[in-house]
Design a protein around this ligand. Structure first.
Ligand code: CAA
Length: 256
């Protein structure tokens, strides 16, 4: 697929996806989300890639779903069309770790897109918010659920009911992001993080991602049971042998 609204590039074993619709602050229209889904799937199926970074511009990661595109949507046509579901949910089906590198605005669907990723790395310029209430609607791509799980009920309620934005320092304190870095270093730090992940066993990485995500979907007992079963399934695999032998032999493991 030729892309118009995103750009892709690989840096080592990291697949980089740049949201590239600057005039609309990367508003997430259908075409952009279709292109993003296609690029994510492409990297997911590429054995040379071990991790994916999604980023925007200095000014905006993404300022939300495209309000101009949504303005005249009506129900039930919108529901029958599976608006959001058919393009956005792709992000949650990717097996490889996806890092959101966020600078500037991550609002509405932009914040939700970041939260669908596995790790959020924020520039010190990042601003997160769910301002849909100002438009007479509510978040529609998981914001009420993922923000609440990330920052807790009180702060999620405040943000969703008032549309207030959170700066990067507050987002880090609230556990919405893994780490805050200077804006100038954002992409380099995200790629470095992706390279670290890509250097691990791809099997253990995919299973670890799935197991952490289980924590959001199931009870503690079932989640721990899933973890135990998948942990045990890794024994006897070439990567378990290599990882443990390398430790004992005091060398760096080679996970091919
Ligand atoms: N959709 C469509 N266009 C958007 C947009 C969006 N979400 N956000 C910004 N733009 C456009 C603006 O319309 C403007 O275009 P024009 O120059 O053609 O008028 C351009 O991007 C630049 O924006 P501003 O002039 O508004 O820039 P600013 O610096 O003054 O303000 C901002 C920046 C605070 C982010 C402001 O643009 C804003 O509030 N944007 C909307 C944020 C929002 O409400 N997001 C939620 C969308 S709904 C949603 O996401 C639903 C869901 O859960 C899936």
């Amino acid at each position: 697929m030729d892309y118009e609204m995103i750009a892709t590039e690989t840096q080592g074993r990291v697949g980089l996806i740049l949201l590239n619709r600057p005039k609309a602050l990367n508003a997430l229209c259908d075409q952009l989300m279709t292109e993003l889904g296609d690029a994510l799937r492409g990297y997911d199926n590429d054995t040379a890639i071990g991790a994916i970074v999604v980023t925007g511009s200095e000014r905006a990661f993404a300022a939300g779903a495209d309000i101009k595109e949504m303005q005249n949507r009506t129900h039930p046509a919108t529901a029958l069309d599976d608006f959001i579901g058919k393009t956005w949910e792709v992000v949650t089906t990717i097996r490889k770790p996806v890092i959101a590198a966020v600078a500037g605005y991550a609002l509405g669907g932009g914040c939700e897109l970041a939260m669908m990723c596995d790790i959020v790395l924020a520039a010190d310029t990042a601003k997160f918010g769910q301002p849909e209430i100002n438009l007479g609607v509510i978040p529609g791509a998981g914001g009420t659920q993922r923000l609440t799980r990330a920052v807790g009920k009180s702060k999620a309620m405040e943000m969703i009911l008032t549309g207030r934005m959170m700066d990067a320092a507050e987002a880090e304190r609230a556990n919405l992001v893994a780490r805050v870095v200077p804006a100038a270093d954002l992409i380099a730090e995200a790629v470095k993080l992706g390279e670290t992940i890509a250097g691990m066993s791809p099997v253990a990485t995919a299973i670890a991602k799935r197991a952490v995500n289980r924590a959001y979907e199931t009870t503690l007992a079932e989640g721990v049971g899933y973890e135990r079963a998948t942990f045990l399934s890794l024994f006897g695999t070439p990567h378990q042998r290599e990882g443990m032998s390398a430790f004992i032999e005091k060398r760096k493991p080679e996970f091919s």
